[in-house]
Design a protein. Structure first.
Length: 146
């Protein structure tokens, strides 16, 4: 159902983790995710801990789904001295090419406990359906009717 758009994205994510680099809008950090099918719905769960819901943007253009978010530093008083800062800050993004079999008009999104969950229903035209077989006599009668 999904097609990876950047084969080096995981390598970039590991490098950023090791170097402690933060994502920028021109080169955002990767967003870890899970994707699975649950009945007639395709589910995508993206980890965005510490991101405010209003800092998340979800766009779909044709079959390209783009999720962008930004985690800003917590405002600190002037007398606070940072001792350790391991939580990544900055811009995060994930782009996914969705299959034509998904109904992008009916995507729903929920955000709970730092996880953004997108639910995309399988399009009706992509669901298996039973084709009835007519008898040859029926076809002749239909063709003969005006």
């Amino acid at each position: 159902m999904l097609m990876r758009t950047d084969p080096f994205r995981e390598l970039d994510r590991i490098t950023q983790q090791m170097l402690g680099a933060t994502g920028t809008w021109s080169r955002p950090s990767a967003v870890p995710m899970d994707a699975y099918r649950e009945g007639d719905v395709y589910v995508i769960a993206l980890d965005l801990p510490g991101v405010a819901p209003d800092a998340i943007d979800i766009d779909v253009e044709r079959n390209m789904l783009t999720v962008t978010a930004e985690r800003r530093p917590v405002a600190k008083a002037d007398d606070v001295q940072m001792e350790l800062s391991e939580r990544p800050l900055g811009a995060f993004s994930r782009q996914l090419m969705l299959a034509d079999t998904l109904d992008t008009e009916k995507i729903t999104a929920d955000y709970e406990a730092g996880v953004l969950t997108l639910r995309i229903p399988i399009a009706e035209r992509a669901k298996p359906r039973k084709i009835t077989i007519g008898r040859g006599d029926d076809r002749k009668q239909i063709a003969a009717e005006p």
